[in-house]
Design a protein around this ligand. Structure first.
Ligand code: UDP
Length: 475
């Protein structure tokens, strides 16, 4: 019998491409199935995507086909957001995807799209094939996405102005401090794209989500069993996380190829004493906030490793280094903190850094990949959410799971002063008792449960096998 074949489709942007590549790896290694990834890229400017695809191709576990880019300039407004552009591009790719599938010698058993490519669920004339959605985020986010079309009907006015938090049946309500940035302006096209995705996800045969049972049992139970939520979504949900990048740089720079400077420095630090600061691939701080963050790190007296790069955008990325970023730091900062802190201005090997024993805390923008990379190493988080679904992630981590501490105000709304930065850093890394200790203990507990979920017979391992049987990838 032919080896079963899973077809994965990645939307443009590293935040979509990387989780899909990692899912492909996991399917291929755990299920021993053939995996093809159709990568829709951002176009010729996307050096990082090209490098990422190249690195993944070299790894050789999945077959990767890059689909020729299509021009969408005439389909979107010139000032369209990244989400709007991605959704428009995925719609424009429909016939290219259909042609690619039809030309495949080995017909796919299952197709998996990510949550911005849900229009592809309705591809019909390619032979019968099960269609699933991959949500590389958490269960609460998924619940909000599928319930958004209902909220869209019943809530009047802008969500930012609501007095009561938005109720999602069986789940924690979503308050103004947890809204997705795509929900902030309902007349913007990106909001309509999210509502559309919320309508299309339930039309699939099921959902794979990058969380695990022990982390979000209640929300997962609501998605499966709450009768009001089941009115909008009756399909099965398979928690299969944490799926994270296990090795290899996304981006090659002098630092990622020869990271000894960082690791020699980390080797000299005490166990669990360093706070790692990194705001993902796109996090930007104002000049004033950069100053306050620097002075706060200095004031804390704790060791720090700060990745201070010129941010790169998903759709217009370049892996160029920028050594001048540090010019925006307070005068004399680098000299005064020499030995205590290390500032790097290139793309850092984050997965490897977080697994180093000297890292005691992570000041993070709370992108879900960064969160999972931190939790699987038992590193507690200082939540510094900036955009996308990061406000929600910060609340989930701080208020529900208990592995993070957060700023009093959202950092995207107000400059966080140096005293607050120093307070948070000391609390998370050094506080002997009290809240700091509690959060560190919880992070250790979550690390154990994350590993257990993926042992043989663990919850995510079993969930993946159940899904694979359901869609006949394995017998
Ligand atoms: N990353 C990295 N080095 C950096 C910055 C980011 O390796 O200097 C990686 C990080 O490990 C994670 C990804 O980039 O895998 C960022 O994804 P996340 O979902 O955390 O945030 P996003 O960048 O999508 O907002």
């Amino acid at each position: 019998m032919d080896q079963a074949h899973a077809l994965l489709i990645a939307s443009p942007g590293l935040g979509h491409l990387i989780p899909v590549l990692e899912l492909g790896n996991r399917l291929s290694s755990v299920l021993n199935v053939h995996v093809t990834i159709l990568a829709v890229t951002s176009g010729s400017s996307s050096l990082i995507e090209i490098e990422t695809i190249h690195a993944a191709t070299t790894r050789g576990t999945c077959e990767i086909m890059e689909l020729p880019s299509v021009d969408i300039d005439h389909l979107v407004e010139p000032d369209a957001t990244v989400v709007t552009k991605i959704a428009a591009k995925m719609r424009a790719m429909k016939s290219a995807v259909r042609d690619a599938v039809k030309s495949m010698k080995r017909k796919p058993t299952v197709m998996i799209v990510d949550f911005l490519g849900t229009n592809l669920i309705s591809i019909d004339d390619v032979g019968v094939m099960a269609k699933y959605v991959y949500v590389p985020s958490h269960a609460w986010f998924l619940a909000l996405m599928v319930y958004l079309p209902v909220l869209d009907k019943v809530v009047e006015g802008e969500y930012v102005e609501i007095k009561e938090p938005l109720k999602i049946p069986g789940c924690k309500p979503v308050g103004p401090k947890e809204l997705l940035d795509t929900m902030l302006n309902r007349s913007n096209q990106q909001y309509s794209e999210c509502v559309q995705s919320g309508l299309e996800i339930p039309m699939s045969d099921g959902i794979l989500v990058n969380t695990w049972e022990e982390l979000q049992g209640n929300t997962l139970a609501a998605l499966r069993e709450d009768k009001d939520l089941n009115r909008v979504m009756k399909i099965p949900v398979y928690p299969i996380g944490p799926i994270i990048r296990t090795s290899g740089p996304i981006v090659r720079t002098k630092l990622t190829e020869n990271p000894n400077g960082i690791f020699e420095w980390l080797d000299k630090q005490r166990e669990r004493s360093v706070v790692y600061v990194c705001l993902g691939s796109g996090g930007t701080l104002s000049f004033e906030q950069t100053m306050e963050l620097a002075l706060g790190l200095e004031l804390s007296g704790q060791s720090f490793l700060w990745v201070l790069r010129r941010p790169v955008s998903y759709l217009e990325v370049s892996s160029r280094d920028d050594d001048h970023v540090s010019n925006g730091l307070p005068k004399g900062f680098l000299d005064r903190t020499r030995g205590v802190g290390l500032v790097v201005t290139q793309w850092a090997p984050q997965v490897e850094i977080l697994s180093h024993g000297s890292i005691g805390g992570f000041l993070s923008h709370c992108g879900w990949s960064s969160v999972l990379e931190s939790l699987t190493e038992g590193v507690p988080i200082i939540a510094w959410p900036l955009y996308a679904e990061q406000w929600m992630n910060a609340t989930l981590l701080a208020d529900e799971i208990g592995v993070a501490i957060r700023t009093l105000e959202l950092p995207s709304k107000k400059v966080i002063g140096r005293e607050e930065v120093a307070f948070l850093v000391k609390k998370i890394v050094a506080e002997e008792d009290g809240e700091g200790r509690k959060i560190r203990d919880k992070a250790e507990e979550v690390k154990v449960s994350s590993k257990r979920a993926w042992t043989h017979g663990g919850s995510s391992h079993s969930s993946l096998l159940e899904w694979a049987k359901q869609c006949r990838l394995v017998s």
